[in-house]
Design a binder for this molecule. Structure first.
Ligand code: NAP
Length: 249
């Protein structure tokens, strides 16, 4: 058990929500970031408080540097930062080829999935690094198996954004390895969340399930279990590494 603060971007729904509940169950004080769905974030906070956990909801669109600064200021007021889960992420409309993509779409995916994650990590490192007087901590970056597969004819821009996250996990991990901070990634496979509906194909995960060696989609809880393991001391020798949690895909 730990009473440290964990900041989870996009903690209001899907994988982030499951990670918030799992972290709270292990004693973390959870900062639940959300982009616009306040009701969903408040529900996560209520569910945590109902089990005597501690959580606050903070609006933070990770495409906004101002929002990110406000998120970490709120976290500062809640306790000592021990972990960041860079979970917020989006896909553009599914089934769009690169020769059909608008600059606006590509920039939005990169701003949220890549720049947002790097800026959140910057704020976390400033607080957790022993170089800055911090006590160490962990950063977990949500990648995707799309980083390996490329997502042709689906959303190559999204896959490329997650490829960037994989490089970021390696590089930042090395940069802060001597400063008490571990950096790890997770590549989820097909997980049953609302992200597929956001891409215009609600049934995508279930449609592709037969292609998964384990023949099924994964649950948000199965990703959350990997997240809370990575932020725990049980993963004390894991850094600059990304774990596939994908049923073999
Ligand atoms: P989801 O169900 O669509 O939930 C997205 C979450 O991110 C929500 O809490 C949402 O907040 C938040 N969000 C969206 N845009 C944001 C922004 N601009 N700033 C801050 N927060 C934002 O997604 P998910 O499936 O749980 O995915 C979570 C992460 O796992 C993503 O990085 C995704 O790429 C990755 N992943 C998912 C799968 C999968 O199959 N589901 C597979 C591989 C990787 P609101 O509630 O306020 O909208």
């Amino acid at each position: 058990m730990t009473d440290k603060v964990v900041v989870i971007t996009g903690g209001s729904r899907g994988i982030g929500r499951a990670a918030a509940l799992a972290a709270a169950a292990r004693g973390y004080r959870v900062v639940v970031g959300y982009a616009s769905n306040k009701a969903a974030a408040d529900e996560v906070v209520s569910a945590i408080q109902a089990k005597n956990g501690k959580a606050i909801a903070v609006k933070c669109d990770v495409a906004s540097e101002q929002d990110i600064l406000a998120l970490f200021e709120a976290a500062d007021g809640f306790g000592t930062l021990g972990a960041l889960v860079n979970n917020a992420g989006i896909v553009g409309k599914s089934g769009v080829r690169v020769d059909e993509m608008s600059a606006e779409r590509i920039q939005q995916v990169m701003a949220i999935n890549v720049t947002g994650s790097i800026l959140c990590a910057r704020e976390a490192v400033k607080r957790m690094s022993t170089r800055h007087g911090g006590k160490g901590g962990v950063i977990v970056n949500l990648s995707s198996v799309a980083a390996r597969l490329g997502a042709p004819n689906t959303y190559v821009d999204y896959a490329a954004s997650k490829g960037a996250i994989d490089s970021f996990t390696v590089g930042l991990g090395h940069e802060v390895a001597g400063e008490g901070i571990r950096v790890a990634g997770i590549r989820p496979g097909l997980i049953d969340t609302e992200i597929h509906a956001a891409g215009g194909e609600p049934d995508r995960a279930h449609r592709l399930a037969p292609m998964v060696p384990m023949q099924r989609v994964g649950t948000a809880d199965e990703i959350a279990n990997a997240i809370v393991w990575l932020i725990s001391d049980e993963a004390s020798y894991v850094t600059s590494a990304t774990l596939d949690v994908s049923g073999g895909r």
